[in-house]
Design a protein around this ligand. Structure first.
Ligand SMILES: C[S@@+](CC[C@H](N)C(=O)[O-])C[C@H]1O[C@@H](n2cnc3c(N)ncnc32)[C@H](O)[C@@H]1O
Length: 266
């Protein structure tokens, strides 16, 4: 990872953890949450760990690792967070020289996690119907590519419906070791994608509501895949209590989505 701020982006951390990702352009402009400033003249050449005052805020320059890229990412569509991305990565066994296809790219919440674990040996193909979503996702991936240097997979964006694109992608890149679908309509995509999974490869679905989970399960079985696991992950954050001790923090105990993992065994 590049050191210091002699690269395209810098991450600034507020004391309570909010992250601002600033492009080091040499023009004075308004930056959301920070005000009007010239990033290059204010931040260029600063070292990791140095503090900087912007308005009333004291911020620290920190490296753009995966959590900072996610915390400071541009958002448009709803994103898959670390909790669910982590399960997908481990249950699908993603890493090394795998070829992975995901749809849709959206804001690249999942793609950032996939890119990190694939590294330079892997290949990631992202499919997205909506150009305006892809633009946001590609900007987030661009930041990661700059921050991680060589340690970034070969990445291809295909604009269009995954039902049509997955066959074309398979012709160009061969079969897939893993396919992850985060779409409102999973069933046609499962039917189209399953033939292009490598034997032993796995397909996963991100299903915000239980009717999608049930439909995904049925579609995987109809497509000849073996459903290995379905369920949801619950995360409960703890913090320091004001009178001492540790306890779950107040706040929503939220649902993200039901997840399903299916394998192609023949
Ligand atoms: C919830 S978002 C994906 C978020 C993304 N996984 C992330 O973590 O940031 C769903 C995306 O799928 C796209 N989409 C919907 N149907 C699609 C299809 N059939 N093929 C490809 N992309 C599709 C939408 O435009 C939208 O951007």
């Amino acid at each position: 990872m590049p050191e210091g701020t002699d690269f395209g982006f810098v991450a600034l951390r507020e004391p309570e953890g909010r992250i601002h990702i600033v492009e080091l352009g040499n023009e004075t402009r308004k930056i959301k949450g920070l005000g009007v400033l010239n990033p290059k003249s204010l931040l260029g050449g600063m070292e990791i760990g140095q503090s900087v005052h912007i308005g009333s805020k004291e911020l620290v320059v920190i490296p753009l690792r995966l959590p900072e890229l996610v915390l400071g990412m541009k958002r448009r569509a709803q994103t898959i967070s670390a909790k669910d991305a982590g399960l997908f990565i481990t249950k699908l066994g993603i890493g090394g020289a795998d070829t992975v296809l995901e749809a849709g790219l959206g804001s690249a919440g999942l793609a950032l996690h996939l890119a990190r674990v694939l590294g330079s040996a892997g290949r990631l193909i992202s499919v997205e119907t909506r150009e305006e979503h892809a633009e946001v996702g590609m900007e987030n991936l661009h930041r990661a590519r700059i921050a991680w240097g060589e340690d970034f997979p070969e990445h291809h964006l295909l604009i269009g419906d995954v039902c049509e694109q997955v066959g074309l992608a398979a012709e160009e890149f061969g079969g897939f070791d893993a396919i992850i679908l985060d779409l409102p309509e999973q069933s046609p995509a499962i039917e189209a994608a399953a033939p292009h999974l490598n034997i032993g490869g796995r397909l996963a679905c991100y299903c915000p509501v239980s009717s999608q989970l049930e439909a995904a399960w049925e579609s995987c079985e109809s497509a000849g895949l073996v459903v290995e696991w379905a369920g949801e992950l619950m995360a409960r954050e703890w913090g320091r209590a004001t009178r001492g001790g540790m306890r779950p923090v107040n706040g929503p105990f939220g649902h993200t989505a039901f997840l399903l993992v299916a394998q192609k065994i023949q």
